[in-house]
Design a protein around this ligand. Structure first.
Ligand code: ZN
Ligand code: ZN
Ligand code: ZN
Length: 218
């Protein structure tokens, strides 16, 4: 009789113990990532640095770093794949397109197809052919495709575009050429006033000739 009373009491106590532990077991189970309940431990002292329970807050996540909590200094949450940190200024490219590499996450940012145009490798002269190469006007990638620019033949001063006429189209191309645009202006024909340089004075001279202010180009 006394023996069974002890057994009943032991059973009762173990049930009570399980019931007492259950809430904390559930709390641990229900804890969400980012919920901060204990404070971080100072490795030097073993003491909690911030014993106040709180939910992590503030900070900014990037593509390769998590947000840092403004309360406790721990990082939390997910990376932000849209907030790239480490985008290279220079273009990267292959035969299909160009992009800026993010060194933070190694993703291609702003990937686009090439915008193809031609650049002059060697300008044509009166008696030698020139060469132009196909390239991307955005990133500078060269496709490897080239074309010969035929020798101009005898050059007429003022005939900047080499169409054997001297008109407003030459003035336009000369203006574009002096402005640094990538046009196929003939160097010799562009030196309208014959001073060995191509500049605004040549534009002015050609303009005056075309509008009839002066009768000769130089
Ligand atoms: Zn925190
Ligand atoms: Zn990134
Ligand atoms: Zn490109």
């Amino acid at each position: 009789m006394k023996d069974s009373l002890v057994k009943a009491l032991a059973f009762f106590l173990s049930v009570m113990l399980v019931l007492a532990l259950l809430p904390s077991a559930f709390a641990a189970f229900a804890e969400q990532p980012g919920d901060y309940t204990g404070g971080s431990i100072d490795p030097a002292t073993g003491e909690p640095i911030d014993p106040q329970p709180h939910t992590h807050t503030g900070g900014t996540a990037t593509c390769h770093t998590k947000a840092v909590c403004e309360v406790c200094g721990e990082d939390y949450g997910d990376y932000d794949s849209a907030n790239h940190d480490g985008i290279e200024q220079a273009w990267s490219s292959d035969k299909d397109g160009h992009w800026h590499l993010c060194t933070g996450c190694q993703l291609k940012v702003g990937e686009q197809a090439h915008t193809l145009g031609w650049c002059i490798k060697t300008p044509a002269t009166e008696d030698t052919d020139g060469l132009k190469a196909e390239y991307c006007t955005v990133c500078g990638y060269e496709t490897g495709k080239t074309e010969v620019i035929p020798a101009t033949g005898p050059v007429t001063i003022g005939d900047v575009n080499g169409d054997k006429l001297i008109n407003n189209q030459d003035l336009t191309m000369l203006f574009q050429s002096v402005s640094g645009m990538n046009v196929t202006a003939n160097e010799k024909a562009s030196d309208v006033n014959g001073d060995k340089t191509v500049n605004n004075q040549d534009i002015a001279r050609l303009f005056r000739y075309l509008t009839g202010w002066v009768n000769s180009l130089n």
